[in-house]
Design a protein around this ligand. Structure first.
Ligand SMILES: [Zn+2]
Length: 358
């Protein structure tokens, strides 16, 4: 999953993005600038499930409907893209005889709804897909702080929270207060030791009668479900760490454990060592040079970030830093996917050889 921004500025920005996408869709600019589409695109999804009710949904960008997923697949096929398995991309992009444009579908975090709602769509179109598995979620040893925070802030007007300076009362009575409270919890996760922040959010949730592990039970597939899904020839599992921690903020021993032990677990459940890796958060701040080196060292064929962009010929030389484009729950229209696939929104975005170094 990626970063959350919940301010009014962000909501205004969403409106601007939508207006921009509509403008590009209307202009049919993709036909005039075919080179902008590069060699295709890796797409990111999280939850795939029916629409949620009208309530506080700070993670709405991480959830799309099965109908929209089907439209996105159709848009990719109609745009002439060849669906491929993610881990085949380094080899395919390196073939000088091959000029095709590719699309690879990826889903992060191992949500159970992927089995019920996404797999049937991929099956209908015979499109391969990769799901990135976080071992601690499957084993119920790590909670999902952004889901816990959403549950905590739903239906209560205030709660006590200790961010390290002693307990204080946080208001969550109005939509604005809930958004601010969520942003504050997310900010803490990225500011202090992540294990500690997750523990504090879990504690606040439990104080309010919410079971953070129960949320993982509800949302994430079990090891048995993952094993059963492995019978689907279109499915491949990728590794997504042990605890979904920001890898740029842990020491070398933990970095090695997070990568190695998640790959081992996937091998145990699925019967093969995963060939792809997904950096938690995937942002510039979460993918250090050291992190990339550790992933390469672990032998993955490729690793994906959340740096948006189309695949370029030069990406074949940097498979540990593949860009990805999110199918965002706020923009569930087929014509928006057509705009994204055109590559037009990414013209001029950073293309330096090591954009995630820090
Ligand atoms: Zn994730």
């Amino acid at each position: 999953m990626s970063a959350w921004k919940t301010s009014a500025t962000y909501l205004a920005k969403q409106g601007l993005i939508r207006a921009g996408m509509e403008a590009v869709a209307l202009s049919r600019a993709g036909r005039l600038l075919p080179q902008a589409a590069g060699r295709g695109m890796i797409l990111t999804l999280h939850h795939v499930r029916p629409e949620q009710g009208p309530r506080f949904l700070p993670n709405a960008h991480l959830s799309v409907t099965p109908r929209f997923l089907a439209q996105a697949v159709e848009a990719a096929l109609e745009a002439g893209l060849t669906p491929v398995q993610l881990h085949d991309l380094p080899r395919l992009l390196a073939d000088p005889q091959d000029s095709r444009r590719f699309v690879a579908f990826t889903l992060d975090d191992g949500y159970r709804d992927n089995i019920e709602h996404a797999a049937p769509v991929f099956r209908r179109f015979a499109v391969p897909y990769t799901i990135f598995i976080t071992r601690g979620f499957i084993e119920r040893t790590r909670t999902i702080w952004w889901e816990t925070a959403e549950a905590l802030l739903t239906g209560i007007s205030s709660f006590t929270f200790d961010s390290g300076a002693g307990p204080e009362r946080v208001s969550s009575a109005t939509p604005v207060e809930r958004h601010h409270a969520f942003a504050r919890l997310a900010g803490l996760v990225h500011a202090i030791d992540e294990d500690e922040a997750v523990a504090r959010i879990d504690e606040a949730a439990r104080d309010n009668g919410i079971d953070p592990v129960g949320i993982v039970n509800d949302l994430v597939m079990t090891a048995d479900e993952l094993r059963a899904l492995s019978a689907d020839p279109l499915f491949r599992a990728g590794a997504h760490t042990l605890t979904h921690v920001n890898l740029a903020r842990v020491d070398e021993a933990r970095l090695a454990r997070e990568i190695g032990q998640s790959a081992e677990a996937v091998a145990g459940w699925c019967g093969y060592r995963p060939e792809s890796f997904c950096y938690p958060y995937g942002t510039r701040e979460a993918v250090s040079t050291k992190t990339q080196a550790a992933v390469v060292e672990a032998g993955f064929a490729c690793a994906v970030t959340t740096r948006p962009g189309v695949l370029r010929p030069r990406d074949r030389g940097a498979p540990a830093l593949f860009p990805r484009v999110s199918l965002n729950g706020h923009y569930q229209k087929k014509r928006y996917v057509e705009v994204l696939l055109s590559g037009i929104p990414f013209i001029g975005s950073s293309r330096s050889s090591a954009p995630f170094s820090q």
